[in-house]
Write a protein that binds this ligand. Sequence first.
Ligand SMILES: [Zn+2]
Length: 150
Amino acid sequence: MFSNLARPKAIFSMWLIIQERMLTADRLSKWNMNVDTTCVFCKCQPEHHHHLFYNCSTIMEVWCDIFKWLQIPVPANTWSQLLCWFVGKAKKKTAEGQLLRMVLAETVQEMAGFPLNCLTEDSDPVILPSRLLGNYGPRWDAMRRKKQNI
Ligand SMILES: [Zn+2]
């Protein structure tokens, strides 16, 4: 496995998310659990894996902000394409690869954790990019500077 400087919790969540094993509302509903199947972010579309991590209009804004910060045009139109792009870039043993591994893990961790966090914190998903960049931005900036020096 490639080294990843993200938090272990984020790396584990990323692994579950890549395997599409997160307990999204559609999966819980299939197990006859009584849950609201509406997306927790946009509150207007059914919640399923690809919607929750990419297709949702609210989540797309998060990805746009992340890629704007990375200074890379959004490289995909679907979750599957985004994942392929990350895997292709992140498997490289370069500073860029290291940065992208951490960005993917921490970003999807924040997305996955948001429904739980909104029980106790600010429930507006527009805070996700600023929270991500506030929490991890300085570390990512240092890694990006290292990438540019190589
Ligand atoms: Zn949505």
